[in-house]
Design a binder for this molecule. Structure first.
Ligand SMILES: Cc1cc2nc3c(=O)[nH]c(=O)nc-3n(C[C@H](O)[C@H](O)[C@H](O)COP(=O)(O)OP(=O)(O)OC[C@H]3O[C@@H](n4cnc5c(N)ncnc54)[C@H](O)[C@@H]3O)c2cc1C
Ligand code: FES
Length: 491
């Protein structure tokens, strides 16, 4: 394995101020409890707090450090080429609702940044979906027409302003980019300023019903009339979301650049298979260029490190970048029709239980839009995008694909310091990780969600589940759901 360059971790998270909210202790009550402090959860919380409603946010780790804080954070209604497909498959009404919802999400982010004076490196930028394949030019033109028919502005142009050959692009002017971890850190503070309560390191282990919702962490319980599961993939839902979605991961690298305008805009390929996404940004030491590699099914790739090596080689071959500064993986969930699932899935059986998931890697705008929608539903306001995001709509049964562990090793001696592997024993599959000092740590390799065998991610050094995308730290602690419980230690 080639030595990986760059520090592990997201440049956004490293640059944002640390948060220090207490963990939940004891029994408390709120009208609404939001589980998860990402962009969706904090949007719900702030909209409720702005209206003077009582809200508690429970975050398993720290505010804004997960999927949102590890994204490329383009604030845009340009989601690759999508609108023509939505028009064809879902019809004009829903395609228009998607455009309107995402425009409203983008506007809400910009308004809050202005209204609350949020310092989060917001920069207006054009968004380009480009191709190097001339045969895709007609698809770009058809998309531009579809976009305009839905009330957004788009142009098909002959060349994207990139320092390498390309065969044209779809251009949306007046889009933006920001540091999402800085944004969420301040959003959380604003929720607190408006009477909301935030608890960190308060992983929700159980959600049940008594006379009202009961949401339980290791330290306490929140009783609430409404519960909003905002954990990216639902950790609990009256209508299962795991089989309606497919977890996908990407590698991201941030390189030092001399010129903050090394590329002027946000770029993504038309092609999803060999996808590239590019933008600029900054950390405490100066300007950066971020490059994102192709999607892979979480936990179904045995050599994530080689994907970083490939991404670095591609970036150095195409753009004038210096040292690799940061590298990380990020995961989101796809849906068959490219529209998230959000709302109250079972209003009769589970009234007041709300969810949102399946953001298809466009959850900055979609997550904000559905956050607004769900806060409005709780407050009894009209929710025009309810049918679009309906979390119970039919889906193709073969959309979700579970996989096998990619990390089975024959001998424990095959596991070198700093790495992990899965041993097949008479007592089941064992996830074994050797620390840098050479000591071996062993856990059950069966994911605590539904028992699939985990894969060792040899770049991020995590255990990734090839079924529904749970991610565990080397010591078995949950980093990302749907799992709620750690991998069990095993002697
Ligand atoms: C590589 C990549 C790039 C992307 N780039 C863009 C982009 O440029 N533009 C765009 O629009 N979208 C982008 N996205 C998508 C977007 O980042 C996500 O859709 C969005 O951030 C999801 O927000 P969220 O609130 O659902 O999740 P998160 O931000 O992950 O928030 C969920 C929170 O819930 C917490 N949690 C989980 N389980 C529990 C529990 N049991 N108890 C308590 N808390 C819990 C987590 O710790 C986390 O903080 C990208 C996605 C990826 C993977
Ligand atoms: S995430 Fe479902 S089995 Fe692991």
């Amino acid at each position: 394995m080639r030595a990986l360059s760059g520090k592990p971790g997201s440049c956004w998270v490293a640059t944002a101020e640390p948060t220090g909210y207490p963990a939940l202790e004891g029994s408390v009550h709120a009208e609404t409890v939001v589980v998860g402090a990402g962009i969706f959860g904090l949007t719900v919380a702030l909209r409720l707090a702005e209206a003077g409603r009582s809200v508690i946010v429970l975050e398993g780790l720290r505010v804004g450090r997960q999927v949102t804080g590890r994204s490329t954070a383009k604030i845009t209604t340009q989601h690759r080429l999508i609108y023509r497909e939505l028009l064809e498959k879902l019809g004009t009404e829903r395609a228009r609702a998607y455009a309107e919802a995402n425009k409203a999400g983008v506007d809400c982010i910009k308004d809050w940044i202005a209204d609350y004076g949020i310092a989060c490196d917001l920069e207006p930028k054009p968004a380009y979906t480009y191709t190097q394949d001339p045969s895709l030019r007609s698809a770009i033109e058809a998309e531009a027409e579809a976009v305009r028919s839905l009330g957004l502005h788009a142009e098909a142009i002959d060349r994207a302003p990139l320092p390498f050959d390309n065969a044209g692009a779809l251009l949306f002017r007046d889009q933006a980019q920001f540091n999402p971890a800085m944004y969420l850190t301040k959003l959380a503070r604003t929720v607190g300023d408006r009477g909301g309560r935030i608890f960190e390191e308060s992983r929700v282990r159980f959600i049940g019903e008594a006379s009202r919702w009961r949401v339980v962490t290791d330290g306490g319980t929140v009783h609430a009339e409404n519960v909003v599961v905002a954990t990216n993939m639902t950790v609990k839902s009256p209508v299962g979301m795991a089989n309606r979605t497919q977890p996908g991961s990407h590698t991201v690298m941030a390189f030092r650049v001399k010129d903050p305008a090394v590329i002027d805009g946000m770029f993504i390929t038309v092609e999803e298979e060999q996808s590239r996404s590019l933008r600029t940004g900054r950390d405490a030491d100066g300007p950066l260029l971020l490059a994102l590699g192709p999607r892979f099914n979480t936990g179904q790739e045995g050599d994530v490190a080689s994907r970083f090596a490939e991404l670095e080689d591609w970036t150095r071959g195409h753009l004038p970048v210096g040292e690799t500064v940061w590298r990380w993986c990020n995961e989101d969930y796809d849906t068959a029709d490219r529209v998230p699932y959000a709302g109250e899935p079972a209003p009769e059986k589970a009234p007041g239980f709300y969810i949102a998931t399946g953001f298809n890697a466009w959850g900055i705008s979609n997550g904000t839009a559905v956050g607004m929608m769900i806060a409005d539903a709780i407050m009894g306001r009209p929710t025009p995008w309810k049918a679009l995001y309906d979390p119970t709509r039919p889906y193709p049964q073969d959309f979700h694909t579970s996989g096998e562990s990619q990390s089975v090793v024959e001998r424990v001696g095959d596991i070198v310091p700093g790495h992990g592997g899965v041993l097949v024993t008479d007592e089941g599959h064992v996830a074994a990780w050797r620390d840098e000092a050479g000591e071996l740590h062993t856990f059950s390799a069966h994911c605590t969600h539904k028992g699939c065998t985990v894969t060792w991610n040899n770049a991020d050094r995590t255990w990734d589940c090839p079924c529904h995308g749970s991610i565990f730290a080397p010591d078995g602690a949950v980093i990302h759901g749907p799992a709620r419980l750690p991998l069990s230690p095993k002697q």
